[in-house]
Design a protein around this ligand. Structure first.
Ligand SMILES: *Cc1c(COP(=O)(O)O)cnc(C)c1O
Length: 415
């Protein structure tokens, strides 16, 4: 039963200084206080597996195990992280005058366990916590990461402590509690919750599971990039729109494309990476436009898209690097644009996005209008969470069975 997986981790590397660290020990940030990245012996990976060899494997994120760090199969903590669909948008494509078949696609990550792509990162990170013998994990979260942490920890027999900003949606607090997490609201923003976690780690021996403060969550998020490449037969889209908070997914996908390029599996060029933020919290957009290599903290952050309300990201320099290296950009959209985009995507394509996912559609439309993306280009939008978790509009339509019903009026176009 104690099956060793063919793993190829060679070392951990400081993302800022390049200093090497040994793998297989519990570790947070590098000595420089920067995120650590997992490095693999990619030559050996290339000898062990090729795209053809993947085809017979189960359709989930663990099919890429040679590019993942878990060493023992029994440490994999899984809730069924299936491949998420890549859904074309033919109706919107027609309206926007894109070519046929539509070059606009939504990668719907809302289908994953716990209803968001946080499942990918935390399935992997909690599996590694199990492998490394950690017993108490703590994190600050705007909601979805906490729910995923709680779910995977409960399965693994690990305790989860979750701290959310005061106005985190009730559904996130409740799902976290119901899945066995110890969850608290805190009267502050996500960075205040982060400070609280750091203090608790000192005082109570929790392990800090904040975004990018341990090396493995990004490896789970990386599977979005591996999966996208495989779904498109190793020909990546021209542009990827990613709703960017801490940026784990964007950094992770960029890392994935780099590894795939090294392996020689990619048939075309790398995509342009686009970081989408809300205009009420856009530190990365500001830094990108200023030509800065790091982002200043965003004061008074506010947006309906709580998953991207991250005023300061520890991986800011990595996000900015990926945007620039890929020839991409950063773009901010307003809350009204997000709401409108969400309604359009639902009504025209039947895709119920979360506000953060809708932000990518709003950003795509703006970038199409100002020429930063062409109509002939293939674009993928990331819908990162299940739309059902978020506030939805009007539910007041009512039929009184005791009054006459005017079916013609019912049938007339709404509005
Ligand atoms: C966490 C989250 C994001 C941001 O993802 P990062 O990879 O941390 O930037 C966006 N949308 C939703 C719904 C999220 O839960």
């Amino acid at each position: 039963m104690h099956q060793e997986l063919p793993t190829f981790v060679s070392h951990l590397e400081c993302s800022a200084t390049g200093k090497h660290y040994p793998p297989d020990v519990a570790i947070g940030l590098s000595e420089a206080g920067k995120p650590l990245l997992v490095r693999y012996d990619l030559e050996a990976v290339g000898q062990a597996i090729d795209p053809e060899g993947l085809k017979t494997r189960r359709p989930d994120m663990w099919r890429y195990r040679e590019l993942l760090p878990v060493r023992k199969a029994q440490n994999i903590v899984s809730l069924g992280e299936m491949q998420t669909p890549l859904i074309p948008c033919p109706n919107i494509g027609r309206r926007l005058g894109l070519g046929e078949p539509s070059r606009l696609m939504v990668k719907d990550e809302g289908r994953l366990p716990t209803g968001s792509f946080k499942a990918r990162g935390l399935a992997l990170a909690v599996s590694m916590a199990k492998e490394l013998g950690l017993e108490r994990l703590a994190m600050p979260t705007n909601g979805n990461a906490g729910a995923a942490l709680a779910a995977y920890c409960s399965r693994a027999g690990i305790e989860a402590f979750v701290f959310c900003p005061a106005d985190t949606p009730a559904v996130n607090i409740r799902e976290t509690g119901l899945q066995g997490g110890r969850v608290f609201r805190v009267d502050g923003l996500i960075n205040d919750c982060g400070k609280l976690v750091a203090a608790g780690c000192e005082a109570a021996g929790w392990f800090d599971f904040s975004t990018l403060k341990e090396p493995y969550r990004i490896e789970g998020k990386k599977t979005m990039g591996l999966e996208l490449a495989e779904q498109l037969d190793w020909r990546l889209p021209d542009v990827i729109f990613y709703p960017t908070g801490g940026g784990t997914g964007l950094i992770g996908m960029w890392k994935a494309f780099d590894e795939l390029a090294f392996l020689g599996w990619l048939k075309g060029p790398q995509p342009r990476m686009v970081a989408v933020q809300a205009s009420g919290c856009a530190p990365i957009v500001r830094a990108f436009e200023e030509g800065a290599s790091e982002a200043r903290m965003w004061e008074n952050a506010s947006t309906v898209a709580s998953g991207i309300r991250v005023p300061a990201a520890i991986g800011d320099f990595l996000i900015l690097e990926a945007l620039r290296d890929s020839g991409g950009f950063a773009i901010a959209v307003s809350d009204p644009e997000i709401e409108a985009a969400r309604a359009e995507m639902g009504a025209e394509e039947g895709i119920l996005m979360c506000p953060e996912g809708a932000a990518t559609f709003a950003a795509y439309k703006n970038a199409l209008a100002d020429g930063r993306v062409g109509k002939h280009e293939t674009a993928v939008l990331f819908n990162c969470g299940n739309g059902l978790k978020y506030p939805m509009p009007d539910d007041s339509q009512f039929i009184d069975l005791n009054s006459p019903i005017d079916f013609m009026e019912l049938t007339a176009p709404a509005g």
